[in-house]
Ligand binder design. Sequence first.
Ligand code: HEC
Ligand code: HEC
Length: 397
Amino acid sequence: MKTLHVCAQPMLRAFFTLLFVASLFGLSACNGSSKTTFVLETNSEFSWGLSESTALPIEPDSNPMTEAKFQLGRHLFYDDALSGNGTQSCNSCHEQALGFADGETLPVGSTGQVLARNAQGLLNVAYNSTLTWANSSLLSLEAQIAVPLFGEDPIEHGINDSNEELVLDALRANPLYPDMFAAAFPNDGDPVDMNNVIRSLAVFVRGMVSFETDFDRFQSGDTDALSASAQRGQTLFFSEGLECFHCHGGYNFSDSTADRTMYPAFIERPFHNTGLFNIGGTGDYPSDNTGIFELTGVPSHMGKFRAPTLRNISVTAPYMHDGSMADLEEVIDFYAAGGRNIAAGPNAGDGRLNPFKDSLVNGFSVTPSEKQDLIAFLNALTDESFNTNPRFSDPTE
Ligand code: HEC
Ligand code: HEC
């Protein structure tokens, strides 16, 4: 088995979360000596359900894929018992029919706290080179999943020191789990612990991969898979005039894509300011959503977010990190204008003039029918097969 090493960047805001996760996974703070290893060749029987020609996602050495972990993770994903007050599961904010987004502008955590950012769809997350909307430090699903489980600001699942044992007891009391944990972690004496909860959830989410859209069928030679309108939209999407493909390019429609063929030298982790805000004309974004500036403090990082995949985009409305755009028409109008001008209110300012805006977002003109063509193309990125696949559905239904 071939393994390579990578060093995670220090995380500022969620520092304590990182320490917690680091202690779970036996990593020390990144001072040049610690390494996370990743498996680059399949060492398990795990069936990804992908075609031979599709590059496999990167898989951490400390948590190789197995079907037993995948099935346990699937059960845990849908289980309200996995929250401090027994009211919330991952599924509360990530629903399969919506590409595992939630249809809300902003989700609400288990104790009623409104989150600052829109819940993301979970298709092909295993291919994201960083996780979440704007976090240059979250490089593994194991690290990311600890955030909703244990995060205190905002509270999502609300698990903490005082209720963690109660949550684990609730899992132990479920007739299914003791055997499932034992099958997933056969070498652990008492396998029902938070470390293994996170590992199984990460394996489940990592296994949620699919490339079965009309676009993919067209690519593999089925010339009827895209309507004439969607084909015109495809040409627009990949044109230098509209520039979409520069940031939403590649097989996963995001420039933040990583797989085993790119690891580690060719992995990029870009973030872009698209001109959504320009509060007071100084380039500012709302204080709870400043992009990677929140972590790095570098002034030019203000408003820089990851370009998300556009796969499944037709089912994951509303859009953008703050869920502030209702539909794809609004999104295209925004790009055509080269940013968003907010005339009044606390966020007033002309985003088109944001000094940190990416030069690829500089406006274009499209006719109403070209707009419909572009939307027809974006709709062809919907993965119905993934959104209805029983393999990813609630096992108790
Ligand atoms: C209260 C709502 C809520 C719950 C519960 C929740 N999430 Fe999320 N999830 C979000 C939001 C919001 C984001 C974007 C976070 C950000 O950018 O700060 C997100 C992001 C993610 C991402 C990153 C996706 C990407 O493209 O990088 C993953 C993976 C994820 N969630 C998995 C989970 C798992 C697994 C659980 C259960 C342990 C869970 N979530 C529970 C709201 C939620
Ligand atoms: C400079 C890079 C860049 C270019 C060019 C670009 N995008 Fe984006 N796109 C982003 C980023 C970054 C976000 C997230 C922005 C945020 O929430 O602050 C985004 C968000 C989106 C979203 C919302 C995604 C979601 O899950 O909410 C859609 C839809 C979208 N872009 C479509 C397009 C289309 C269509 C084009 C071409 C007209 C385009 N983009 C051009 C970087 C880019």
